[in-house]
Write a protein of this length. Structure first.
Length: 214
């Protein structure tokens, strides 16, 4: 069998496509994320700049731009990283929607750690997203996307068991829950177990199971 002849580039340097991609050092990410979130809380999204984040993180602006193309991308990654630090969310599967909701309520903490800062961050992003298209798209996909998927998964399982009427708008139910939580945050009230029990038990569950002719 003929041995393959190695390809040699005739130029002084191999094209970038043939070089292995440069590995970016992620060890500074936690400090940069903390600086971004602190800056968002202190001065707001509109006034926060990459220069400000770099200064707070004791990093260069070039370091930030090597990893994130924009302020919006960096902020969203910071919010997602903060959320992922809590660990994955496991949906209960008790065999009934009522049982699943009861299990979610029982597992929900009385009050999440650092809830005040997190609410301030989310509210700041909601306000800024109303006039920043890049931020709005990223916020919808990466911040709101996970709760929407989880709620839809919960309701789709119930629908497959025949608990949810066919044709029910599951996305609308998910957005109703998210909207009520956002309103709660805007009023400065905690999203605690009591609130979750009220919304899931008195709003989401009836919306999901009520038959059109009821």
């Amino acid at each position: 069998m003929r041995e393959a002849t190695p390809i040699r580039d005739s130029g002084p340097e191999a094209p970038a496509a043939r070089r292995p991609p440069r590995r970016l050092d992620a060890s500074r990410d936690p400090a940069i994320f903390r600086a971004a979130l602190d800056g968002l809380i202190d001065v707001g999204y509109d006034r926060l700049t990459m220069d400000e984040i770099a200064s707070r993180a004791h990093a260069s602006k070039a370091t930030l731009y090597r990893r994130w193309p924009s302020k919006a991308a960096l902020i969203i990654d910071a919010v997602v990283a903060q959320r992922e630090a809590d660990g994955p969310i496991h949906l209960p599967d008790t065999g009934s929607l009522k049982g699943d909701i009861d299990a979610i309520i029982a597992a929900f903490p009385e009050r999440g750690a650092h809830a005040g800062d997190r609410y301030a961050v989310l509210l700041g992003l909601v306000n800024a997203a109303s006039h920043d298209h890049a931020l709005r798209d990223a916020f919808s996909a990466h911040v709101l996307g996970r709760p929407r998927r989880l709620i839809r998964q919960l309701l789709e399982r119930a629908s497959a068991r025949g608990e949810v009427p066919a044709g029910r708008d599951l996305d609308l139910i998910a957005d109703t829950l998210i909207g009520l939580n956002m309103l709660r945050m805007a009023e400065g009230k905690p999203i605690d177990r009591e609130h979750v029990a009220h919304v899931l038990g008195d709003v989401v569950y009836p919306l999901a199971i009520t038959r059109p002719d009821s």
